[in-house]
Write a protein of this length. Structure first.
Length: 74
């Protein structure tokens, strides 16, 4: 299976994340929670197809320009 790229964004209350291809998104208070939530969401999405996703199938990327914009004073 090809790697699933997940983009993580900073929000005022935590983080949000979405995949570039599949219609899957989630939120969480910490990066660790985002990773766990995304793994669960992807497994729910692929469940009917009989596909199981593990952490080795996912790459996480930070939306760095978005992280910088949300800093106070920017």
């Amino acid at each position: 299976m090809k790697k699933i790229n997940v983009i993580i964004e900073k929000t005022r209350t935590g983080y949000s994340a979405y995949t570039e291809v599949e219609p899957v998104a989630t939120t969480g208070k910490t990066i660790e929670k985002i990773k766990a939530n995304m793994l669960e969401a992807l497994n729910l999405y692929f469940e009917d197809m009989g596909i199981t996703i593990s952490e080795k199938h996912i790459t996480f990327s930070l939306d760095l320009p978005q992280f910088i914009r949300i800093l106070p004073g920017c």
